[in-house]
Design a protein around this ligand. Structure first.
Ligand code: KG4
Ligand code: ZN
Length: 346
């Protein structure tokens, strides 16, 4: 059978993403973001994000269809993120997907956002990259999640190994940036400033680091202690009327985050005998995270897979890609009674 033409809808956070794929071929990846509206609050405001999705959905759909050069009637299926994410934001995408599925009489697939991040990797061009094989470990790091997955099969066997027990890594970047007086979103700012600093200047704590007796939290993350340590360090200097070495603080903080993220991901590969590691989420843009992941994967003999950034940050193409995988695996579509589930498990 011909590869299925699938439209994907992603509205779990502040990005309205509409993607269109044919099998594993990317045809369109249209994105609208409400990030600018959240900037003055220093983080995503759920109500503002939901309202922005309502406004952005139709224009983003139009853009994706035009980019792919298809009409609604051509579609074989629709896929939508049903969770995890912000409830109100998810509901906008889920409602739109149901309306489209009903009016077009097309099958609808409710998919998990985190598994969608893994699905993004199947869209990479065949000339440059071998197809994704399984099992793979996936490290997914953004402003909303920090999760480590064991993916034995994309459509049928995904296991959550661990996740953050407090802040997401991207959230920690955003909060530390605020402490340093850098604008939102803070991740790119810290990354830029850190390039001029000494990562060994200050030894910030690594949360839930890896001694053998940490069995319970071996694959979990914690960034709130690190964030507080940075805030204390900065406040102390400010109280003493001393200048804050912003570049050194940024570099040392970035080092701590990159160290713990990559150490745990590679530990999972080693422990479980999995020879590949896939990265996803907006924090993958971080230069030190990429650098350390590359070095540690190479010395552990692990294949490192990093999709292009436009497929790492939240997007609709990854949801369409996962939907197409479900169609090709012969999976039954979802019944239309599903809802948005902010804590949907993998
Ligand atoms: O995947 P993403 O666009 O989705 C949301 O969580 O909305 O990720 C955004 C997050 C923000 O927290 C941002 O500060 C962080 O990714 N981020 C970075 C970098 N670029 C974006 N964090 C560290 N270094 C970067 N270069
Ligand atoms: Zn995400």
């Amino acid at each position: 059978p011909a590869a299925p033409l699938v439209l994907g809808i992603e509205t779990s956070c502040d990005e309205t993403g509409i993607g269109i794929v044919r099998g594993t071929e990317l045809l369109a990846n249209a994105i609208a973001s409400s990030m600018d509206e959240h900037a003055r609050y220093g983080g995503v405001v759920p109500e503002v994000a939901a309202r922005a999705h309502v406004e952005a959905l139709k224009p983003t759909l139009d853009e994706a269809l035009a980019e792919a050069g298809i009409r609604y009637e051509d579609l074989d299926a629709i896929a939508v993120t049903s969770g995890p994410g912000l409830s109100g934001a998810l509901m906008v995408g889920v409602s739109a997907a149901k309306a489209l599925a009903v009016s077009l009489d097309k099958p609808l697939y409710a998919v998990n956002h985190l598994v969608g991040h893994v699905g993004a990797d199947v869209l990479r061009s065949r000339e440059d990259h071998e197809p994704l094989e399984f099992p793979t470990i996936a490290l997914l790091v953004s402003g909303g999640h920090t999760s480590l997955l064991l993916v034995r099969d994309l459509v049928s066997d995904v296991e959550l190994l661990g996740e953050t027990i407090d802040d997401a890594a991207g959230e920690a970047f955003d909060k530390v940036a605020r402490v340093l007086g850098l604008p939102y979103p803070g991740g790119p700012q810290i990354d830029r400033v850190a390039a001029e600093g000494n990562p060994k200047a200050i030894r910030f704590p690594r949360g839930l680091s890896l001694p053998k007796d940490m069995a319970k939290h071996r694959y979990d993350f914690s960034f709130s202690g690190l964030k507080t340590a940075v805030a204390r360090y900065v406040e102390k200097l400010q109280d003493a009327g001393e200048p804050v070495p912003i570049a050194d603080v940024a570099a040392s903080f970035r080092e701590a985050v990159a160290d713990i993220l990559t150490a745990k991901a590679i530990a999972a590969c080693n422990d479980l005998g999995v020879p590949r590691l896939l990265l996803g989420g907006g924090v993958v843009a971080n230069a030190r995270v990429r650098d350390l992941a590359t070095k540690r994967a190479a010395s552990a003999g692990v294949e490192l897979r990093i999709p292009p950034l436009s497929l790492c940050t939240d997007n609709g193409a990854m949801i369409a890609a996962l939907g197409a995988q479900l169609v090709m695996a012969g999976r039954a579509p979802s019944t239309l009674s599903f809802g948005a589930d902010s804590t949907l498990p993998v």
